[in-house]
Design a protein around this ligand. Structure first.
Ligand SMILES: Cc1cc2nc3c(=O)[nH]c(=O)nc-3n(C[C@H](O)[C@H](O)[C@H](O)COP(=O)(O)OP(=O)(O)OC[C@H]3O[C@@H](n4cnc5c(N)ncnc54)[C@H](O)[C@@H]3O)c2cc1C
Length: 382
């Protein structure tokens, strides 16, 4: 009798014993067949997403602040103000926030000034402000908007430090080392945020395609990658997954629960004596009028008109948010659609339209992604 036949035969036997003579059978023996039930069926069970248009409670379009040469991190002297830039992170601003924040902090500390004006209250600005506080700086955030009315609230929230971070044909060769330094710093910082009400956590990520894809957007395979930072992506055999697809992989990746994450860090910022002032910067003279000599610029796409940055371009991305589903705790990428399960909802998306400033959600885009994922779920075993 082979192992498979043994299990198939063992299940009814186990149930029979459990109902007729429970008292004289050790507990472990009773649980044994049940535990292997899904292996007998030939695939690992993964809960199905409940997908329909009426479960969508929110649709958003966010504008990624993309610069072909990579985020702007230089220092500029404007009259008696020293401006230290930290903006233009494309689709990687969440992931790189601590890393470019650290690069910025080092430039601030080199000035020996402790009173700092920081422009912008997105994920990049908040992380940079916290790092400056940790180094003994007094930080005032001047910002047009605070969460949830910022681009950072409209992101997916996955660890994707190389996503639309630059155009490798345009970025200078030295950018790669800067990116690697920022990525490593951020990665380490996020490990210290684990276990705090899941503001940052690890999740299983499946890539499900009919054929081996050349590139999985947002799920690795970008131009820049650091070997060994994330656990290896594992290819699953047909009996190891429930999908109707020829190429399925699984790996562990980090993700961020955006609303609680931003609240956590903004609360910490205030607890450490930080101030937030609602104050729109319309022109350079508005910066000149600030009391602080050192100004850190984390205005994201908002830096474009103020600093006349012709390189800074929006790359729009639409997300549709489904009602949260407690049994879904994984992420999935497939051809034309992906989803991530966060505490505040299941986010389906996301596309990328270069140069698009329109933030009106498109019904066709929602129907397309819902349709792709609905078919995938329908065809799933289990
Ligand atoms: C659909 C989508 C999905 C994404 N997914 C991911 C992901 O999974 N992982 C990832 O790492 N990144 C992701 N990103 C990218 C990420 O969201 C951005 O790179 C990041 O939010 C940029 O953060 P920021 O703080 O620079 O900008 P913002 O969040 O835009 O913050 C800018 C701040 O500056 C303020 N400001 C702007 N103009 C002015 C002004 N004139 N005066 C004063 N204040 C001003 C704003 O009010 C705001 O407070 C995604 C983006 C989108 C759109």
């Amino acid at each position: 009798m082979n192992r498979r036949n043994f299990f198939e035969k063992a299940i009814p036997a186990g149930f029979a014993l459990g109902t007729v003579a429970t008292s004289c059978v050790p507990k472990t023996q009773l649980q044994y067949p049940d535990k292997h039930f899904h292996i007998n069926r030939g695939y690992h069970q993964i809960p199905k997403l409940r997908l329909s248009m009426d479960r969508i409670v929110k649709e958003t379009v966010g504008l990624r602040p993309f610069r072909a040469s990579g985020p702007r991190l230089d220092v500029e002297q404007l009259g008696n103000k020293t401006i230290i830039h930290n903006y233009g992170h494309g689709g990687s601003g969440w992931s790189l926030s601590w890393g470019t924040g650290n690069i910025t902090r080092n430039k601030v500390l080199a000035t020996n000034e402790k009173k700092i004006a920081l422009l912008g209250c997105g994920t990049v600005g908040i992380a940079t402000a916290r790092l400056l506080q940790e180094s003994g700086c007094e930080v005032t955030i001047y910002t047009k908007d605070v969460p949830p009315n910022i681009t950072s609230n409209l992101a997916t929230g996955t660890w994707s430090p190389a996503s639309r971070v630059c155009d490798v044909k345009v970025a200078k060769p030295e950018f790669k080392a800067i990116w690697e330094e920022a990525t490593r710093f951020s990665f380490r910082r996020f490990q210290f945020l684990l276990g705090m009400n899941d503001i940052a956590c690890w999740a299983e990520e499946y890539s499900v395609f009919n054929e081996t894809p050349a590139y999985i957007p947002g799920a690795g395979g970008e131009d820049f990658e650091i070997e060994g930072l994330l656990p290896e992506r594992v290819r699953l055999g047909a009996k190891e997954h429930p999908f109707k697809a020829g190429y399925v992989t699984r790996r562990s990746n980090m993700m961020f629960n955006i609303p609680t994450y931003l609240r956590h860090h903004l609360t910490d910022f205030m607890m450490f004596g930080g101030k937030v002032k609602i104050h729109e910067i319309k022109k350079l003279e508005d910066i000149d009028a600030l009391p602080e000599k050192i100004v850190v610029n984390c205005m994201g796409l908002g830096a474009k008109p103020v600093f006349n940055d012709t390189e800074l371009t929006p790359v729009s991305g639409q997300l549709s948010c489904l009602i949260p589903q407690s049994d879904i705790n994984y992420k999935l990428y497939t051809q034309g659609a992906n989803f991530i399960s966060r505490k505040d909802g299941i986010y389906i998306g996301s596309n990328g339209i270069v140069g698009n400033w329109d933030t009106t959600p498109s019904k066709e885009q929602t129907e397309k992604t819902v349709g792709i994922l609905e078919k995938l779920m329908r065809e799933m075993k289990g």
